[in-house]
Design a binder for this molecule. Sequence first.
Ligand code: FDA
Length: 307
Amino acid sequence: MLSQTLNRASRSTRARRAVESFPVTRKVVDRFVPGETTADAVEASAALIATGRSVTIDVLGEDVLDIGGARATRDAYRALLVALAEAGCADGADVSLKLSALGQALPDGTTIATDHAAEICDAAAGLGCTVTLDMEDHTTVDSTLAIGADLRASYPWIGNVLQTNLRRTPGDIASLDGTGARIRLVKGAYREPATVALLRKDDVDRAYEAAIDALMTSDCYPMIATHDPAMLDRAIEKAVAAGRGDDRWEAQMLYGVRPDLEQRMVDGGHRMRVYLPFGTDWYGYFMRRLAERPANVAFFLRALAHR
Ligand code: FDA
């Protein structure tokens, strides 16, 4: 119930104004978003890289409704890539793009978002960076997978995200097997209707397990993006069973959620990538993190009480 309300609030302008107006919010947001500027993102990346992790960086923002905003997002990513290279952090780094922030919802949005994503891929290509397309709500999945497939012809390392709460995902994994694509597997952060999605957490977890098994035996590069230790244990086991070495899959977690579990993966010799969001437009991202875990709301309310 609380999670549904928070998910709805993540799309509400009124709720956004209210949450952003609490002076304490910024302090709490810091747990999940290490800063607002490119320099903050580069500094946080360097710190993570120094501990044996790699990064995927997200310039926060979504649902851009004008072409100027979409171009500004593209430019922010290009500036980020240059800054990463200058700091010696580009090689092996990844950037995560939300196509809605690159113009996907505008008239002729598929072409606009594809062109913007391609320009970011061009900038990444020479620096040893990769690009992954985040997945948003179910209405965008066909378009996002099609843009991924289109770009993969020129940039074979481009990644797509698949959400195991969506009923279609087993079919999408089967379609992507044979392309060698980098696939980030997530449970799904958007509230979806029962017609397209599994609504019970147990069902989503069982679907996640089945998807791990399918990806590990496919020719894709699995990126197991979860904070669920049982899923990570299964990924380790299935990778071994499939004869897949530690350089042929990776674990991923969101910044600030389970640093202890990240460390366990690093200590175990597994590739560990941290999803690092930055920017001023943190509202939607932050609200989805609260919706995922009621304890985070208690943390937020405690901070409000002590301000
Ligand atoms: P689950 O929700 O079962 O949580 C397992 C455990 O993790 C919890 O018991 C708790 O200990 C911890 N945990 C989980 N969320 C937490 C939180 N917010 N705060 C504190 N602890 C928490 N989704 C999407 O729809 N599209 C996308 O493109 C992406 N991209 C993405 C990238 C990466 C790298 C990750 C890790 C996740 C995403 N997601 C996403 C989000 C994903 O769909 C999902 O909502 C979250 O990862 C939470 O699900 P878990 O798999 O962690 O499991």
